[in-house]
Design a binder for this molecule. Sequence first.
Ligand code: AQP
Length: 332
Amino acid sequence: MQRILSGIQPSGVPTLGNYLGALRNWVALQHDHECLYCVVDLHAITVWQDPHQLAAQTREMAAALLACGIDPERHVLFHQSAVHAHVRLAWIFNCIARLGWLNRMTQFKDKAGKDRENASAGLYVYPNLMAADILVYHATRVPVGDDQRQHLELANDIAQKFNHDYGVEFFPTIEPLILGPAARVMSLRDGTKKMSKSDPSDQSRINLTDDADTIALKIRRAKTDPEPLPETPAGLEGRPEARNLVGIYAALAETDAAAVLAEHGGKGFGPFKEALAALTIARLEPIAEETRRRLADPGGVDAVLRKGARRAAEIADPIAAEAERLVGFLPG
Ligand code: AQP
């Protein structure tokens, strides 16, 4: 069975975008892979996180993952900061990766924005930590959105350079696992911007913990244009908000845009939004309910994470120790 590693930042409450782009696939992959799923709190602090909220958000993220169907008995669910091997290997990778490689990373450019001088050094070396997250388990498959492809190529460059520099075949090649049609969910306020859990506007996203009334209201208020829905997908060209809502409907109904438009095309957004709200509520309400139930016992969620961290460390510690030995460190 191939080993999978994937992570999600506890930088807010998980969104419908995280669910359709990642979490739903994580659950499905459990059937035929050995899975390690990680709440990546080390990655989250590459941008400012309120320390009073970070622990709560980490727990909330874990509860949501459990509610989505991650099975912590058959697989491993943990928080990244609890497994120190990630940081040990990330430091070695900081010394392997070249500045020129990191300078090409488009996510850093996007996240740092215009004020690059003021971005944290952590944000800059984020891809090196991501490479360590994966390679410290010798994981070979990583389910990611298309936006992460560049980081995985960098991880493979790092693995190859390590193997070459130290004359070993120690780190394997990683294969990105881009699943299904690219489910990229956009903001409800701006169809050209990705839906994000850290967007300052709560109206821009649907949170996995939103109740039915909140979901219905957010969808009713979602930005649209004045035209009716087109009859075919070609008519979505140049209409990012319409494309997004149709895409969300298709992803939730596990169908495609053509089938959605065959049913709803030619009509105004009013009735379509009602149908979309009903479908979203039907899919998300059980998850929100189970997340709340889990969070009523915070100690129970923490215990799942701690147990997961112990099991993750059993795999990662010997691999980090061997990498350190290859580099030439004396054992501690
Ligand atoms: N809008 C989205 N549509 C589809 N997939 C998405 N993902 C995130 N947003 C969307 C996928 O969710 C996984 C975990 O993401 P992450 O927490 O590591 O960071 P992110 O991609 O930066 O997600 P956010 O929600 O936008 O977080 P913040 O606001 O903190 O930056 C990834 O597999 C990602 O592709």
